[in-house]
Design a protein around this ligand. Structure first.
Ligand code: GLA
Length: 721
């Protein structure tokens, strides 16, 4: 405990996990100060002195030093970004927490810091949980209005994190429809770094997460930090350089003006901020996020079943859903080894194109006069599960639903309805709207053995006004989650895929309610290599929808071999998305071989670790294995033609340098009719049977790679002897 009036001593709070520690200082009468978030400290390591005892005041400063706290607030001595921006009719615009009560939930791992501002009459409860096994910190804030008047909140950070002063770069994702997880790397400077999304969904163009690296950090080594807001709506994050040479990192919901007003006594809880750090580079950080995400996936029965091979009808048929054709496709799919048949858009009332039908969730009578029963029985009879596409939050103006309830769409009086893809967004926070949607979709689930819903959300939100004219962006998000949960509670076996024009709703929030994501509408295998690598920084492979698509790819016009398309889709949750009725015998055999290969390896691919690396010269590798790297499947993708005479070797630093491995070739994918590889080399022939190699050699000198043309993949199995 603090010695009375000794400026050197104070109280501290420690959270430790396997590889990380977090240290706060608890000076009386204010919010806790950030002292440390980084690699694990010994239990006994404590700051030698209270922070202020170590920082002489610079010139021309306030006479009271204000270091970074867990909840820095504007107006009473803090000049950086504030964790809270709020006022009461213009008053109480400045806040400062004047008391902190520490409530342990799980000593050493989880705590609630109960902060109060007795002047502005606020309470802020900051929950912090540092998971022992995954090293993931989950933080969120609850703000309560203790005053007698309404509090207008403009910004409330889920949490504020410190980053060390040598944080050098931020890696984040930009992109757009068909270009998800487009990696951007920028230097951190003294300028405020900020990313915001006001589109009312997670979005492709502004993923709510980032990774910060320190100098020298690589895929395999070095100190890196990552954070992600578990939320499917508007969001913002900032990284700000502070006067004491460190950075602060904030995440929260981006709030529309007036959107969050707390009545006296009311509370609001932020989305969770999911953060971690690792000294094992980007791959180490990815492993931490994968562990946290795996813990939150809502599998029926508590455990994931092997991920079934999908066939999705979209790129095969688009809106041309004719029951006989669909049945033929199902028959062809079953012949390939497909296990789940997903009927995409085009099955419901008047849905012959994208201009009508959304909202009318019953089978189109011209296509399915007797309903979906016969088709589903056909699919089930072939041994496959049946899945169905829905887009519950949307409505076409040309629909029976909109004609009956035009007021159910989000809108603003006096402003035009702005359609996107000819559709509007329903105000699903209204109980009558969500009851309607629940009723319609539940009726389908009750009437038929439907095991899967592909849940889409194909537009940004605009003029998103509630019935009272206030902003309705944030209300949509919990309402969507609640509708998913209500359907899952009624039909616990049903799995849900989160889709939003591809990967526009991929986040740890929606993944508490869903089981798969549609990574991108772009199935071009070459585009997918980079996208999937970006995806895997935060999300594990078993939820990554990855399909074998057409050639040329519909979204890029590029042509790729079936083998390359299959090899790129292989490590994710595999599907086929093309008209398999049209396959010739050779193609049918090839696709079914890939499906067999996937089934053989999916257990290895979908549990444990993923390591990404580069061998140079257009060679990107990806290994999936157990934590100890005793068994691995390695995929080496050649994305570009070689500019070297000899291929570089792939150094695999995760292998156990003290062990020997049996290395066996699983597959090499030349394009059809092209040997592509020049003269054979005996080593690669020997790999067919398996070669014994030294772990240290593979880790430091590397695995020789065969010559190959671009857009090929070399797949190898490693087993520790
Ligand atoms: C979105 C999805 C596609 C498909 C279409 C159907 O674009 O991302 O996969 O389901 O909607 O309209």
């Amino acid at each position: 405990m603090k010695q009375r009036d000794d400026p050197m001593t104070t109280d501290y709070l420690f959270l430790h996990s396997r590889h990380c520690s977090l240290v706060l200082e608890l000076p009386p009468g204010e919010a806790p100060l950030w002292r440390y978030w980084g690699p694990r400290l010994p239990d006994t390591a404590a700051p030698g002195a209270a922070l202020r005892a170590t920082r002489p005041l610079p010139s021309f400063m306030l006479d009271v030093d204000q270091p970074l706290t867990v909840a820095p607030t504007f107006g009473v001595g803090w000049f950086g970004q504030s964790a809270l921006l709020a006022h009461r009719g213009g008053r109480d615009f400045a806040q400062a927490f004047t008391a902190c009560e520490v409530e342990w939930v799980d000593p050493g791992h989880a705590v609630v810091l109960k902060l109060t501002d007795s002047v502005a009459q606020l309470r802020l409860d900051l929950q912090l949980r540092l998971d022992e096994a995954s090293d993931v910190l989950v933080a969120r804030s609850t703000l309560t209005n203790l005053g007698a008047t309404e509090l207008d909140v403009q910004w409330l950070a889920a949490a504020t994190l410190p980053l060390p002063g040598d944080a050098a770069q931020v890696r984040f994702y930009a992109g757009q429809h068909m270009h998800e997880f487009l990696l951007q790397t920028e230097a951190l400077t003294r300028s405020l770094w900020r990313r915001e999304s006001r589109r009312g969904r997670t979005t492709q163009d502004c993923f709510p997460g980032a990774v910060v690296t320190t100098p020298g950090a690589t895929a395999h080594d070095g100190l890196v930090f990552g954070a992600h807001l578990a939320w499917s709506g508007n969001h913002a994050q900032t990284i700000e350089w502070l006067n004491d040479g460190q950075y602060q990192w904030q995440f929260g919901e981006w709030l529309a003006p007036g959107e969050l007003r707390l009545a006296p006594g009311a509370s609001v809880i932020t989305p969770e901020l999911v953060a971690s750090c690792s000294t094992a580079g980007l791959n180490g950080l990815a492993a931490n996020f994968h562990a946290e995400l795996r813990a939150r996936l809502p599998w029926a029965g508590g455990a994931m079943k092997p991920r079934p091979v999908h066939l999705n009808t979209w790129e095969g048929f688009y809106f041309d859903v004719q029951p006989e054709k669909v049945k033929e496709l199902a028959t062809a799919a079953a012949g390939l080894g497909v296990e789940r048949f997903v009927l995409d858009d085009g099955w419901f009332n008047a849905r012959h194109h994208d201009r009508a039908g959304l909202g009318d969730w019953w089978p189109d009578a011209s296509k399915f006069p007797q309903g979906l029963g016969e088709l589903i029985a056909h699919v089930n009879g072939l041994g496959m599960e049946f899945g169905l596409w829905v887009e519950p939050e949307m409505v076409n103006p040309d629909s029976e639903l909109f004609r009956a309830h035009p007021d159910w769409a989000l809108q603003l009086a006096g402003r035009p309805l702005i359609t996107a893809r000819n559709q509007l967004v329903l105000d699903i926070s209204r109980p009558d709207v969500s009851d309607y949607l629940f009723g319609k979709i539940e009726a389908l689930l009750a009437a038929h053995p439907i095991g899967y819903l592909k849940w889409d959300h194909n537009r940004d939100l605009t003029t998103a006004g509630l019935a009272d004219g206030t902003a309705g962006y944030r209300a949509q998000v919990p309402a969507a989650y609640a509708l998913m949960d209500r359907l899952r509670a009624a039909h616990p076996g049903v799995e849900i895929e989160s889709c939003s024009g591809g990967g526009g709703r991929i986040d740890f929030g929606v993944l508490r309610h869903t089981h798969r994501v549609w990574t991108s509408d772009c199935i071009d295998a070459l585009s997918r290599v980079a996208m999937q690598r970006g995806f895997l920084q935060f999300f594990p492979p078993e939820i990554m929808g990855a399909h074998i698509g057409t050639s040329p790819a519909h979204t890029t016009g590029r042509t790729q071999s079936m083998a390359f398309r299959a090899a790129v889709a292989l490590p994710g949750h595999l599907g086929v998305e093309l008209d398999a009725r049209l396959f010739d015998e050779a193609t049918r055999a090839e696709v079914s071989q890939w499906i067999t290969l996937y089934k053989r390896w999916r257990d290895r691919l979908h549990h444990g670790r993923v390591w990404l690396g580069e061998a140079g010269d257009g060679l990107a590798w990806q290994a999936h294995g157990d934590e100890a790297a005793s068994e691995l499947l390695l995929m080496v993708y050649r994305t570009e033609p070689s500019s070297f005479k000899y291929n570089p070797a792939a150094r695999l630093p995760m292998l156990d340098a003290g062990a020997r491995y049996r290395v066996t070739r699983v597959r090499h994918t030349p394009p059809a009719g092209h040997d592509g590889f020049g003269p054979a080399a005996p080593f690669f022939d020997a790999l067919e049977q398996g070669v014994e190699l030294d772990g240290a050699w593979l880790a430091h000198a590397g695995l020789p790679l065969p010559r190959s043309v671009a857009e090929t993949c070399f797949i190898v199995h490693f087993e520790r002897l």
